[in-house]
Design a protein around this ligand. Structure first.
Ligand code: NAD
Ligand code: TYD
Length: 340
C-alpha cells in the first residue's frame, strides 16, 4: 500500500509518518509545501528509509497531485496539511481558506477520480474538535454535537469537514474524518501553548497566559493521536467521523505551572496578557465511538506525555534554535524555491 500523507513535514504529520513506517509495511509519499510550519528536520531520521519519499508541492495544485498519485501508485490519502494556528487566523484568514478549504476540495476531487478508477481505497481527513465550538463547565463533544466553529481556523476546518461529508453522500467516496483534541509532543512548532512555554521557560523569558488562564483544553500526546488516525485509516467505517481525545482536561494555568515545576523555573515568569478575541472556553472529548468500534484509547497520561515532551525539547535545543531563527526557511527557499 502507498499512502499520500499531506502536511507530513509539520508537527503531527511527521510524527505520524514515523509511526506508520515503524508499525506497518506501507510506503509513504509526503507532500508538503513547506510553509513556516513545515520542517524537513522533523523527518531527518526517516529520510533514507526506502519506504519514504518527500515531494515538495501544495495540496492546491490538482494536476501535480494527480501526477504524484499516478507515478507513485497511491492507494490511500491522509490529509494533515493545513494552516493550524488560531492566533494567525485571527490576524489574517485568507491562507486558511486557501489551504484548509480549497486544498481539501482539490484532494477530494483527486480522491474521487482515483476511486472511480478503482485505485483508491481510503481518504482520511484529519480534522479537529474545534469545529464543535466551545463548551460550558459540563459535557463533552460527541460525533453528533452540531458544528459551531468560532475562529476563522475552526470555521475553515468545519468547511472542509462539510466538503468531505458531501463527497461521501454525493459520490460514495470512502472518506472518513477524525476530530482530535489539542496535541502536544516532540516537533511541535513553538507558537502553540506547550512548546512556546517550554521554549520561553528554558530561556527565562515571560510566559504569556491569555485572559484568566482558566480556559480548558483536553491534551493528548501526539503518538496517541497518530495511533487513532492509523486505526481509523485501517479499520474505520467508510463515511464515519471519529473523535479522539486524551482524557486529560486541564486549565491552561495548570499546564503552565506544571511545566515550570518540571523545568525547575519560578512562577514569576508567568505573565497574564490580554485575552485572545473569541477565545473558546472549554473543549472536552467523548471518545466512546472510536474506543468501542476500533479498540483505540490514549496510552499516555498527561504526566507521562508532558515529561517526555519536556525532555525532548531540552535534549533538542538545536532544533528549537533552527525553528526560532527561521534558518530552515532560507534553506528551503534555496533548495525548492519559494513556497506559498
Ligand atoms: P502544523 O502547522 O505543524 O503542520 C502543517 C503542515 O502542513 C506543515 O508541514 C505545512 O508546511 C503543511 N502545509 C500547509 N499548507 C500546505 C499546502 N497548501 N500544501 C501542502 N502542505 C501544506 O500542523 P499540525 O499541528 O501538525 O496539524 C496537522 C493537522 O492536524 C491539521 O490539519 C490540524 O488542523 C489537525 N489537528 C491539529 C491539532 C493540534 O493540536 N495541533 C489537533 C487536532 C487536529
Ligand atoms: P493553542 O496551543 O494555540 O491551541 P488552540 O487555540 O488551538 O486550543 O492554545 C491552547 C490554549 O492556550 C488556548 O486556550 C490559548 C492558550 N494560549 C495562551 O494562554 N498563551 C499563548 O501564548 C498561546 C499560544 C496559547
Amino acid at each position: 500500500m502507498t499512502i499520500l500523507v499531506t502536511g507530513g513535514a509539520g508537527f503531527i504529520g511527521s510524527n505520524f509518518i514515523r509511526y506508520v513506517l515503524a508499525n506497518s509495511a506501507s510506503h509513504i509519499v509526503n507532500l508538503d509545501s513547506l510553509t513556516y510550519a513545515g520542517n524537513l528536520e522533523n523527518l531527518s531520521d526517516v529520510e533514507q528509509n526506502p519506504r519514504y519519499t518527500f515531494v515538495h508541492g501544495s495540496i492546491q495544485n490538482k494536476e501535480f497531485i494527480e501526477h504524484i498519485c499516478l507515478v507513485h501508485g497511491v492507494t490511500g490519502i491522509i490529509n494533515f496539511a493545513a494552516e493550524s494556528h488560531v492566533d494567525r487566523s485571527i490576524l489574517s484568514a485568507g491562507a486558511f481558506i486557501d489551504t484548509n478549504v480549497q486544498g481539501t476540495l482539490v484532494l477530494l476531487e483527486v480522491a474521487k477520480k482515483l476511486h472511480e478508477k478503482g485505485q483508491l481505497t481510503r481518504y482520511v481527513q484529519v480534522s479537529t474538535d474545534e469545529v464543535y465550538g466551545s463548551l460550558g463547565a459540563e459535557g463533552a463533544f460527541t460525533e453528533e454535537t452540531p458544528l459551531a466553529p468560532n475562529s476563522p481556523y475552526s470555521a475553515s476546518k468545519a468547511s472542509a469537514d462539510m466538503l468531505v461529508r458531501a463527497f461521501v453522500h454525493t459520490h460514495d467516496l470512502p472518506a472518513l474524518t477524525t476530530r482530535c483534541s489539542n496535541n502536544y509532543g516532540p516537533y511541535q512548532f513553538p507558537e502553540k501553548l506547550i512548546p512556546l512555554m517550554i521554549a520561553n521557560a528554558i530561556d527565562d523569558k515571560p510566559l504569556p497566559v491569555y485572559g484568566d488562564g482558566m480556559n480548558v483544553r483536553d491534551w493528548i500526546y501526539v503518538e496517541d493521536h497518530c495511533a487513532a488516525v492509523w486505526a481509523v485509516f485501517e479499520r474505520g467505517r467508510d463515511g464515519e467521523i471519529y473523535n479522539a481525545g486524551g482524557a486529560s482536561e486541564k486549565p491552561n494555568i495548570e499546564v503552565v505551572k506544571t511545566l515550570l515545576q518540571t523545568l525547575n523555573k519560578p512562577e514569576s515568569l508567568i505573565k497574564y496578557v490580554t485575552d485572545r478575541p473569541g477565545h473558546d472556553r472549554r473543549y472536552a472529548i467523548d471518545f466512546t465511538k472510536i474506543s468501542d468500534e476500533l479498540g483505540w484509547k490514549p496510552r499516555y497520561s498527561f504526566a507521562e506525555g508532558l515529561q517526555k515532551t519536556v525532555e525532548w525539547y531540552v535534549a533538542n535545543k538545536e532544533w528549537l534554535e533552527h525553528v526560532r531563527s527561521g534558518a530552515y526557511l532560507a534553506y528551503y527557499e534555496q533548495q525548492y524555491g519559494r513556497s506559498k
